[in-house]
Design a protein around this ligand. Sequence first.
Ligand SMILES: [Zn+2]
Length: 486
Amino acid sequence: MLHKPLTSWQYLQKMSERKQKRLQNEKLRQMMRLFPLASYYHSLFDVHKIPFKHIKQTKDLGIAQIPFTTKQDIVTTMEHPEKAAAFVLDPKKNLRLLPKLTTLKLFFSKKLKEELTEEFKPIHVHFTTGRSAMSIPVLYTKYDLENLREAGKRMMSLLKIPNDVRVINVFPFAPHLAFWQTVYATNENNIFGLHTGGGRSMGSEKILQTMERMKAEAIIGMPSYVYHLLSIAQEKHIDLHSVRYVLLGGEAVPPGYRQKIKELLCLNGAPADVKIYTTYGFTEGKIAWTQCHEESGYHLYPDMEYIEIIDAEGNPVADGESGEIVYTSLDFRGTAFLRYKTGDIGSLQTGPCPYCGAKTPRINPAITRSSDILSIQHTKIKGMFVDMNAVAAVLSSNQFIVDWQIVLEKKDKYDLDEVVLSVALHENADKNHAKEEILREFVSYFHVTPKIVLVSKEELRKRLEMETALKEKRIVDNRNIEKKRK
Ligand SMILES: [Zn+2]
């Protein structure tokens, strides 16, 4: 049998670090035989003369200096539309690489042929959420969908969400990991799930009415949309006393957001001990990881992936130090990655989890995500680099602000940048005082003075296109557009 059953999660969590390492090494050796089935890795190993058969342990990846895979290596461009396909494991390319398999055996065994099809034939796809020309397809075979299912099972067990709850999934309906991980998690755990497709598919008001009627206990969605949904709930006096759990994913959760969401929920009748958990995942990783407690790290699955944390030079950081998160598939078919640089900055937690006792590693919840959350990550404003993730975090955590949007524009013919910050304030906020405070905070963090415009919640919502666009228009850069017009 080519399909090795996954280690049981109950067992894996109790495994000693040494045993986990041994398991990862064994899985890596298997994957090193499979990676050359992807044409990208086949040529990479050839060009760099990498003795991939000599990679026997996870630490050998760094020692042998296996080159990192970057987003640029995968991103499909107009000139190279097939780039992403080069990361798909295709046994037709090199049958002899599969252990104990010969063309003769394959010719005579129908069962073997079926097993190979199940293991290697892509049947499902997710795309990254970048700009459409840049989005990367990540393919799943039936084998991989088993992992997606298992990850869903593990998530619910870590979150201790019982199977008698009713879940409302408000992720946008799309070929994205977040939406489908949720579908698989509820199905696998025998949990009732209403997969609404979010505001764009079902409309926020309808979602809220349904949520009230079905007495949903759990809401799963993107932090920005969940917040938007709950603000409408407050205006429409929707009864949310049934909500016990909120699970956020798909984008970074700014600090302070958890508290804002909790406050909104409680205003609508939810109990004070409502739990707000966050998840972490990226399309290339093919499954998502979750917390087991509001303060805990994201529990990794050491039988599915190997995570390295590296410094700017590509060397491993010291234990617990922060650096770039690098991902290696340990048990996937379809699209698979070896030492993929995520662009996200984080650190690893090892030893038993202080909350659930699992001995498996975790990623510290404080992650700086640079992947595809915002269309602009770092941008030069008035000649200075500004981290837009940090801007989002600061504004979203501000006590006076209900919602905000930034538009970057060219001020005049001298080509000066202007930051227009539109904010909707809390009803009871003193306008002048709030404006002063927001300005003070913004300048002290980013050394850039924005032009602050007060707008109504409704107007801001319209501008953010929450109900209509797949991705909200949180930060809009109009500087180049205007240049072109001139
Ligand atoms: Zn835990």
